[in-house]
Write a protein of this length. Structure first.
Length: 216
């Protein structure tokens, strides 16, 4: 019964969220048709949430770590200020052409910079200040990404991280968690202990941590 109600509530939630932009619906569909790992894509509800957050913040510059096929990058780019830009990093070069095609179809060639390579190498080479950083790549490096980007975010800027509930595993004893869940548990502990930020864990989809930097 709980499962039925929660599925009905998921449907209701999506139905009462603005419709997916046609370009995103096509990208969602093609990703699901072509990729066995399509579950990684943010999807309509989370994408709409990211888009809304971006519109509220009106960022000048965004960094995304983990492009995949470009869904969340296109969502986040919607709230950029005039002349603003979004850098997104993806290690899998096979994903580049699909992401680039949809960025182009969305009319965002001038705003979205696609970087191919390891985020660990690329982040230090980006000489920018980021009003939003969205961490959505390999879980074992979340803490490292957080440390690498922290000084690139101004006071008042945001660091957002996906999958912080890790399919509910974060509430299990750590010796029963997978390696990735342990990495996320450690990341969440680090966020909780960091007095330089305010943060809220939003239980949307797989959990989104939204942290606002309040001091250097
Ligand atoms: C969850 S997916 C990103 C989903 C995307 N943000 C979206 O919402 O549509 C994670 C991506 O991070 C990439 N990735 C993994 N390790 C990486 C690394 N070290 N540097 C850059 N990208 C990495 C993976 O190849 C994968 O495409």
């Amino acid at each position: 019964m709980r499962t039925l109600i929660s599925r009905q509530l998921d449907d209701y939630t999506e139905q009462h969220t603005s419709a997916e932009m046609p370009v995103l619906a096509r990208l969602n569909r093609e990703t699901n048709l072509k990729r066995g790992d399509a579950v990684m894509l943010s999807g309509h509800l989370q994408g709409s949430f990211l888009q809304m957050i971006s519109h509220m913040i009106q960022p000048r510059c965004i960094l995304e770590i983990g492009t995949f096929t470009g869904y969340s990058a296109i969502c986040l780019a919607q709230g950029l200020q005039e002349g603003g830009r979004l850098h997104t990093i993806e290690i899998d070069e096979e994903l580049h052409d699909m992401a680039a095609a949809y960025v182009s179809e969305a009319g965002l060639n001038e705003k979205i910079m696609l970087h191919t390579g390891s985020a660990i190498d690329i982040i230090p080479s980006l000489d920018e200040s980021f009003d939003i950083v969205f961490i959505d790549a390999d879980k074992s490096n979340y803490e490292r990404y957080y440390d690498l980007v922290f000084d690139k975010v101004p006071v008042g800027g945001y660091i957002i991280a996906d999958n912080v509930l890790y399919d509910g595993e974060v509430v299990l004893p750590e010796d029963q968690q997978t390696k990735n869940a342990r990495a996320i548990t450690s990341f969440n502990r680090k966020i909780k202990a960091d007095k330089r930020i305010e943060h809220v864990l939003v239980p949307l989809r797989d959990g989104i941590m939204v942290a606002r930097k309040i001091r250097d």
